[in-house]
Ligand binder design. Structure first.
Ligand SMILES: O=C1O[C@H](COP(=O)(O)O)[C@@H](O)[C@H](O)[C@H]1O
Length: 262
């Protein structure tokens, strides 16, 4: 088994999945901070990512994290005005970030469409790529830091971050961050990490809960390839973890279903 081999954990329902993922993430951050003084996490938008943040906010164990020594990045963003409630960063702040003592200099939101680059999404993406490159160490591959954990919600069409099936972004091999136009899920204009950037994370955790994700999970784990199923191209250098609930795992072929959850 390699680091790219998906490890699956199936929870009873989406509430338990969010709580268990929250406990897992708190532990991972605390461990990284104990080992190196700091930790870095890439956040995802979407229902499962937001539920995880809400579960951390509700957990007494959140106080074990030194929030001021945590770097937060985003895997993608909807390219909208800075206060727009549909922005992933605005939702993350409402679910958790406003409730913990983060260092604002370590909260690396992706640019908004009223930022210094205005509505030029490519310039905004290039700016975020520069910010990542500045944070990358000499040993880091691909011009991005080796994030401790990179979270990805899996869309019902197998998209991750803002990399959609058969879209140009999923073919990107050079850039770490791209502007996305014509996304099939609104809003059409977005910013996204690319698969090469995602694959520099130590751990990639893919989150999927609910029946509407069952087809996507089964397809992505059955190996059609990342062009057709971007989620299947997301893996970490140390671990690739799929955190599911039973509904999202319900169409998995029996040989993929983890024995402990049968
Ligand atoms: O638009 C987005 O959708 C995906 C998946 O969201 P979900 O609600 O179907 O779980 C999310 O991962 C991404 O960050 C977001 O921009």
């Amino acid at each position: 088994m390699t680091a790219a081999t998906p490890q699956l954990v199936v929870h009873r329902d989406k509430e338990l999945m969010a709580q268990a993922a929250a406990a897992r993430l708190i532990t991972r951050i605390v461990d990284a901070q104990a080992a190196r003084g700091t930790a870095s996490v890439v956040l995802t938008g979407g229902r499962n990512g937001n539920a995880l943040l809400a579960a951390i906010a509700a957990s007494p164990a959140r106080d074990a994290v030194d929030w001021a020594r945590l770097d937060l990045w985003w895997g993608d963003e909807r390219f909208l005005l800075s206060g727009d409630p549909e922005r992933n960063a605005v939702q993350a702040r409402a679910e958790l970030l406003d409730a913990v003592a983060l260092d604002p200099a370590r909260v690396h939101e992706m640019p908004a469409s009223d930022g210094v680059d205005g509505s030029d999404v490519d310039a905004a993406a290039a700016r975020y790529a520069q910010e990542l490159a500045k944070a990358a160490g000499p040993g880091d591959r691909a011009g991005v830091p080796a994030f401790d954990v990179l979270l990805l919600g899996v869309g019902p069409d197998t998209h991750v971050a803002s990399l959609f099936p058969e879209h140009p972004g999923v073919r990107e091999t050079e850039l770490t961050v791209i502007g996305v136009r014509g996304a099939p899920k609104p809003p059409p204009t977005r910013i996204s990490l690319t698969l090469p950037a995602i694959r520099n994370a130590r751990e990639v955790w893919l989150l999927a809960a609910g029946e509407d994700k069952a087809g996507a999970v089964a397809v992505a784990l059955s190996g059609p390839g990342e062009l057709q199923a971007p989620a299947s191209g997301a893996h970490g250098t140390g671990r690739t973890l799929w955190l599911l609930d039973r509904a999202a795992a319900s169409q998995l072929p029996p040989q993929l279903y983890p024995p402990a959850s049968a």
